[in-house]
Design a protein. Sequence first.
Length: 829
Amino acid sequence: MKKIENIIKKHFEEKRIVFWYDSDAGYRIDIETIDLPGVSLIIVENNEFAIKYRVLIEEPKTKFLIYSPFAKPELHENWLADLLLSNAEVSIDKASLVLMDMGWDRSYLDLVKEYYYFFNSAQRISALRKIHDGTQSFEKTKWMMLAVFCKSDSAWEDVVISLLVELARGSDEKYKLIRNSGMGDWFWEQMQNLLGYSAEDPGIKDLAYKLFESAYNIEVEMEHTLNHNAIYLLNRFKNDVRYLDDFRSWSDICGDWLNISDDLALRDIDDLLEIDYFEDIERKILSDMVRALDEMTMDFLDIDAVRRKRESSYWYKDYSHEYHVIVYGAYIRYMLNTVDLSMDSFDDGLQGYMTLYYGIDYAYRKFIFNYQKARHHTLLKKLYDDIENRYMNGYLFPLSINFSEKIRGISEYKSGIMPRQSAFWQREIAQYPQSGKRIFVIISDGLRYEAAHELVSMIRQEDRYEAKLEAQLGMLPSYTQLGMAALLPNRELSIYEDGSVMVDGVSSQGSENRCKILEDETHGKALVLKAAEVLAMGSIESRNLYRDYDVVYVYHNKIDAIGDNLTSEGEVFEAVDHAQKEIIELLRKLTAGNANNIIITADHGFLYQHQALAESDFLSESDFEGEQYYKQRRFVLGKNLKSSKPMMHFTAAELGLSGEIEAMIPPGNQRMRKQGSGSRYVHGGASLQEIVVPIIHVNKKRESDVSFVDVDILTASGRVISTGQMVVKLFQREPVSDKMQGITLIAGIYTQSGELISDEKKMVFDFDSENAWEREQLCSLVLSANADDANNQDVIFKLQKPIAGTNQYQIYKSETYVLRRAFSSDFDI
């Protein structure tokens, strides 16, 4: 009432009597509380003669507000006409007050009166005032009013999406407000204009159905009821991270209504690569990929190309493991169809593993890792069984048998191309304390060569980190105690009957003994830590600790701790994944403590097969004779050892060890039974996977050395957009590598003022091909209805990249086009 009081007061500055005719008596109750000092209130209630007598005779100098709770009568019917004509009249209808409140001129009066329900709320008026500056058209104003109802942005698509989201969440309060306000008919008229939607009884649920139906049918070139704005609207809905679950809900419902799976059964993969409105599309593509791989109608490159294409799909994250299972399965098939597992010598086998064979173990690890993470094992079971069979019988068994034969052909266990693990200290470490430099060594138990190869790539992707991979010949038997001892300074190594290892006559069991051996060699300048201790340290604490030492050994046990356990061995590939990430974190921690020279190595590798072993893969107790001191799955230690099977037999001298102990190792990948231990994860034997031990040299540079691939917009001549869809060719200049990383960009079309007038597309550029044509992508964008306002004007195609650590984007590249369409989007594309 304060605003009304101020308006009335101004009239009393000139006149003694002010009349107020309230046509709908909207202020009848409030008038009793009006605060006008020095003014008497009179309410007209068939008392006109008394009013005249009072104001003219009884109180001729008093100021009066004469309030009539009805419309002003014609002058000839108005008993107070003479007073009215000689005094003032205030016009205070609610619509006029709204105009004053909004700062609008009277051209908005009819709109306010028609939709007064909306304006009969101070909260809604306040919300509208924040987004309306008085210059918007009536149509835009109405969309803003709907946006206030919906608590959304004022673009038409945001209002529609808000209503879809609300209904997906089980409510229709916003839509009820729109109907109650009288704006429902106008809203559905706009749906007709914008989308081509019409129905006898229009509703949000029916609109959702038509949106999904039409968007899908347009993409597959079938008859459709809505126009191409359906694609634009659904893409906006689908790509809004706030509404991921809501889009999924509508997609599931509409997919069922449409029986979309029946139509998909008739489609080829190529018809569906650009479409992701329904989850069944993802399942269809995956199913066809598995079938095509089985029927050999798609090869590894084809399979990987499909996966890359689907990376931007709404559903990809839910099915990324399934995609990777198929991709790695295809790669294993490809490799095993082309690889030659024969070898000319022991060193030839080692060389073959370092350059080629390790890739099959890597792919198998990734295959199993993703298979375990995947949710749809029924889809993948046939492929899984096939890959297990191929890996075991087409790779692991023949490779290990071939290599075992070459081991039998050498008189001494050593290589001409690879240093012995026992030379690690002298070859890799001794030079640092001798030259006054500090060296850090991370020993990760069970980190095999193929995992180290991937780890090197991961390290190199870290900014300012450089890493180089080499290999050393792991000790035989390839078990933890001997491998760990070999990495210490030593002149001779000997194995006791219980399997423990002596270094120059000193026990190497446990951290304390290893630290003592290191301290003796470095005059007390050595430190032994567990990985967990390093990870728990702050940078200042670590700097203060490390400055007093020349050699720091960090023991990391993630892989072997999980793999060498009957209850958890099946999780070893996940343990490898965790170990790699933890080693990266160790590197960050160490370099934060001023570590510049770091070496990563292992005590041994391992063999693993996910499928249970066959009975024929095991040797029995009766297969061995002689004094057996210490036995594990893959080796026996003792004296006078013999076997009825073609075992590999070694003396201590042949293995580069001191003492009289002998070792017997089964050929290939056979195991010996051992109660209480697992059998799928093993080490201790002489397979390439167990004895090719990685050495990774890591250095941190002073300057940044990681960059991102560059992407060009290949513009066509003319640069004119003449239809409702724009297709742009984008080119990734360089192939990705460790130091040249991929980039994800968001594409869209904007007006000169910055308004988005198309859908947005996420474009992933991570191609590693050297062939330029394989690094091209087509970006297809659908224009919105708002694009009509920019017709015959310049518009901007923008590529935007994410700002690290935020949800914001910045312009990466842009090109200007002319939008010149002869007809509306109802007819084009």
